[in-house]
Design a protein around this ligand. Structure first.
Ligand SMILES: *Cc1c(COP(=O)(O)O)cnc(C)c1O
Length: 396
């Protein structure tokens, strides 16, 4: 297989190399306080074969050879049927894709895993990133397994569990007086100055590509659930709910399904819903209004989806428009209520961001067929942010 980067806006192609992040001419068109422009996509040519696959069950083509991936079990998370929730809501085709089971407790491991493998292949020793919390704890954990030095810029207000994770995994932590947007700028200054590989979400195209793995797993797991034997059978869900902040996960989910269609394993794109918090709804607003306006200062209990300027907003918006995706907005009260429902009715304790996927589904269910196959992406563990859960329980 041959891999390269392509700019979805202008079509320019670039080699997949370590010093390449954005498409230069398109990136330069970015307005002040606007989402990144010129975010690159990984593209491949040729027929993938068994040797290209990290895991032959899911047969996912990736731009780094399997031998470079660190020894830590990322991905292959359960897709499971919450029986009591199904019965109570009257949706027998409801599934939870449970990424609370990732090694560091969040979906971010999918991106960190690919970036770590890439760094090992290229002989890179250090990775730097900004994060609201989970990307940092993820990169620190996966980096520890890979033997890489990890440097993170984290807002001081990040939940304590996420900060402790970074330190426990041996990462170098720079607390930032300010929000994620400031941390992003500081981390870029650091990587520009030192030449360190940046794992900033969206900015490094491998963060999007790494996240596509979830779509392959979902399609395979649904295919198997439909009665096909192991090694055969793929099926597309009807609806997928994705908690959305920067818009990288949702772009990765789309990329995965696009690849599956290109490979002929599934025929149609599911309808994908971006679930956003009322206090951080830039992508939903842009989808309704046709483009991004002035940034609004974000504020929500769901820290992992709290961003003023969604870094991958422009790219995510173009995918949503292209494929007829939807966006919806849920309040903090709805998020905390959904967190309680998911925990007490399904036995899955998810962090607030992930609970937004259920809150979004509850809001949209009038538009969804009763027999639809619906997947909620549950992206992070509730234990990462006990303070917010206490709020939901009225303990604070
Ligand atoms: C990062 C994150 C999200 C949102 O992903 P984006 O790519 O920023 O849209 C959702 N849930 C969890 C747990 C996360 O860590």
């Amino acid at each position: 297989m041959k891999w390269s980067y392509r700019c979805p806006s202008c079509g320019a192609e670039y080699p997949l190399e370590k010093s390449r992040y954005l498409c230069g001419p398109c990136a330069a068109k970015r307005g002040v306080d606007m989402p990144l422009e010129g975010v690159l996509e990984c593209v491949w040519e040729g027929e993938p074969s068994g040797v290209d696959y990290l895991d032959t069950r899911y047969a996912i083509p990736l731009p780094v050879e399997p031998r470079y991936f660190p020894a830590i079990p990322v991905g292959d998370t359960p897709l499971w049927a919450p029986e009591r929730l199904r019965a109570e809501l009257g949706f027998p085709g409801l599934f939870l894709k449970d990424d609370t089971c990732e090694p560091t407790g969040s979906f971010k491991d999918r991106a960190s895993y690919l970036v770590a493998a890439f760094a090992r292949r290229e002989g890179i020793k250090e990775i730097v990133l900004a994060s609201t919390g989970n990307a940092a704890s993820s990169m620190a954990g996966v980096g520890a397994a890979a033997g890489l030095k990890i440097t993170v810029f984290l807002p001081e207000a990040a939940p304590v569990a996420k900060r402790v994770q970074v330190l426990q995994y041996g990462g170098d932590l720079y607390p930032v007086k300010g929000n994620y947007d400031q941390a992003f700028e500081e981390s870029l200054a650091y990587s520009d100055k030192t030449g360190t590989l940046s794992r900033n979400t969206a900015y490094n195209p491998l963060t999007i590509e790494g996240k596509k793995t979830v779509s392959f797993e979902i399609a395979k797991q649904l295919g198997a659930a439909g009665g096909a034997g192991p090694g055969e059978g793929w099926a597309s869900p009807d609806e997928v709910f994705v908690p959305t902040g920067d818009g990288v996960i949702i772009a990765g989910v789309y990329k995965g399904f696009e690849d599956l269609i290109k490979l002929g394993r599934i025929k149609r794109m599911p309808r994908i819903w971006a679930a956003q918090a009322e206090g951080s709804k830039a992508i939903a607003t842009a989808l309704a209004e046709g483009g991004f306006g002035r940034p609004v200062s974000s504020s929500t209990v769901a820290d992992s989806i709290s961003v003023d300027v969604p870094r991958n907003g422009a790219h995510a918006l173009s995918k949503l428009k292209k494929h007829g995706g939807r966006a919806l907005v849920v309040s903090d009260e709805e998020i905390l209520e959904a967190q309680g429902i998911l925990a007490s009715k399904a036995g899955l304790f998810a962090e607030p961001s992930s609970s937004a996927a259920l809150a979004g589904f509850l809001k949209a269910r009038g538009e969804i067929a009763k027999d639809a196959i619906v997947v909620l992406l549950i992206t992070g563990s509730g234990l990462k942010d006990i303070k917010s859960a206490m709020k939901g329980l009225g303990l604070e």
